[in-house]
Design a protein. Structure first.
Length: 74
């Protein structure tokens, strides 16, 4: 496994600033592996937007479509 200590620290720092952190990058670059170190995928607040059910969960839980949820605090 690739050492992601720097990435872990960046995510940890981001989580101190905000409740939502998006991990962006090309396919197979380790985004899910990194996310699983912070939030188990079986918890209700883990969303994989490639999973067809996740956007519906975001809509149901928060009353907004995923695209509308981005930047909502602003």
């Amino acid at each position: 496994m690739i050492n992601r200590k720097d990435d872990q620290e960046l995510v940890r720092a981001a989580l101190k600033r905000t409740r939502i952190v998006a991990l962006l990058g090309p396919r197979q670059s380790g985004k899910t592996t990194l996310a699983r170190q912070f939030v188990p995928t079986d918890l209700p607040n883990y969303f994989d937007l490639e999973d067809p059910q996740s956007p519906a969960l975001v809509r149901t839980e928060y009353g907004v479509a995923p695209a509308e949820a981005v930047g909502r605090d602003r």
